[in-house]
Design a protein around this ligand. Structure first.
Ligand SMILES: [Zn+2]
Ligand SMILES: [Zn+2]
Length: 100
C-alpha cells in the first residue's frame, strides 16, 4: 500500500464544505475533498456541486463548479458553486476549437 498517494487538483468544489476536490492519480474515479475528507469512487461529480442539481430531481435549479467570479474579501476560494447550467460538455476540446 503506498504511503503517499498522488492527487490531481480538480476545478470542482465539495458540495458539503466547498473545499477543493482532488482525484486520485492511480485510482481513477476515486475522489476526495481536500478539506472535509469526503470520498467517493464514482468520480468528481459524485461529491462536487455539478451533481447537486440533478440530485434535486424536479427542481429547476442547476449548480455547477466554476472559477470564483469575485475572488476577494470573504471568499478567496478559487473554485465556487455557481448557479446555472454547467458548461457545454462538448466544449471540453476548446483548446483547439476556440471561441466564436
Ligand atoms: Zn468537503
Ligand atoms: Zn463540479
Amino acid at each position: 500500500m503506498p504511503i503517499s498517494r498522488q492527487w490531481n487538483i480538480e476545478p470542482h468544489c465539495c458540495a458539503w464544505c466547498g473545499g477543493r476536490v482532488l482525484s486520485d492519480v492511480a485510482d481513477v474515479g476515486h475522489v476526495r475533498c481536500a478539506d472535509c475528507g469526503a470520498e467517493d469512487g464514482n468520480g468528481v461529480k459524485s461529491i462536487c456541486w455539478c451533481g447537486a442539481g440533478s440530485q434535486l430531481g424536479d427542481a429547476p435549479l442547476t449548480i455547477h463548479c466554476g472559477p470564483n467570479p469575485d475572488k476577494s474579501g470573504s471568499n478567496m476560494a478559487e473554485i465556487v458553486a455557481l448557479q446555472g447550467p454547467p458548461p457545454d460538455p462538448t466544449s471540453t476540446r476548446r483548446k483547439s476549437a476556440g471561441r466564436r
